[in-house]
Design a protein around this ligand. Structure first.
Ligand SMILES: [Mn+2]
Length: 249
């Protein structure tokens, strides 16, 4: 089985910097080449910088990305999407129109003799109580309903402001490392208990492929700096980075 795992694309509906535009171009180019190449694509959280689909409305700036994903699905690749900390308010659009399978926290798979676990990882960073509370609040039905009542233009402007302010909050590299080690600790626990052979996470934005006691921990990295992804071909994981071929540049 040919599996591709991506996370932390953070595709922006407002591409305000040249970097945002370049990153979008790179991931779209990768996805164009991925058409017909895989049996399963796992989108492991934070694919969209923010997601909401209203009853009659979707965010049109995502069209290029949705188009590529639809194409990949149409060529027979199963699409599985796991919520991240930026995209978790999924209604029926991706299920109905892209035939995606959507999971709130994690996705388990047994294939090629390996037990695999895919989860974004935001629940498993170390000691982030503030975030855990925020996560609960933001996933409450009432909050979601309030958001749905806003005009999409207003809702998305608000979302942009909030996501920018959270990104500008200074996080020391020491804290970042501590957070990332929380992900690995979680994976190590799952592997040592023999629950899984391969644990794949995202969220840290650092690509990792590591042999631990009992199995392999992988992190797909991100598409903002590393343009990295994980392939699991016949049960064997391999970390890769993508570069646009010069002829296309
Ligand atoms: Mn994340």
């Amino acid at each position: 089985m040919k599996i591709c795992v991506l996370s932390d694309i953070h595709f922006k509906y407002i591409q305000s910097s040249p970097d945002d535009k370049a990153n979008a171009r790179i991931v779209l180019s990768f996805l164009r080449e991925a058409v017909g190449r895989y049996d399963l694509m796992v989108l492991n959280g934070d694919i969209f910088d923010l997601w909401y689909d209203w009853k009659y409305t979707i965010i049109k700036q995502y069209f290029p990305l949705l188009h590529r994903l639809a194409e990949i699905g149409e060529q027979g690749c199963k699409l599985v999407l796991i919520s991240g900390n930026h995209d978790f308010w999924f209604n029926s659009f991706l299920r109905d129109y892209l035939r995606m399978e959507i999971h709130d926290d994690l996705y388990r798979l047994e294939a090629d003799g390996k037990k695999m676990l895919f989860t974004h990882g935001d629940l498993h960073t170390v000691n982030d109580v503030r975030y855990k509370i925020l996560r609960k609040v933001i996933r409450m039905k009432g909050v979601r309903w309030l958001f749905s009542m806003l005009h999409p233009d207003l809702a998305l402007w608000l979302g942009h402001k909030l996501s920018r302010s959270s990104r500008l909050r200074k996080v020391s590299s020491k804290l970042k490392r501590k957070k990332a080690s929380g992900l690995q600790d979680y994976a190590a626990r799952q592997l040592s208990r023999k629950n899984f052979d391969i644990v794949v996470m995202g969220h840290s934005h650092y690509p990792i492929l590591k042999e631990l006691d009992g199995g392999i921990y992988a992190n797909c990295g991100d598409w903002m700096r590393h343009h990295s992804y994980l392939e699991i071909i016949d049960g064997k994981p391999e970390l890769k980075t993508y570069k646009i071929k010069e002829t296309q540049a």
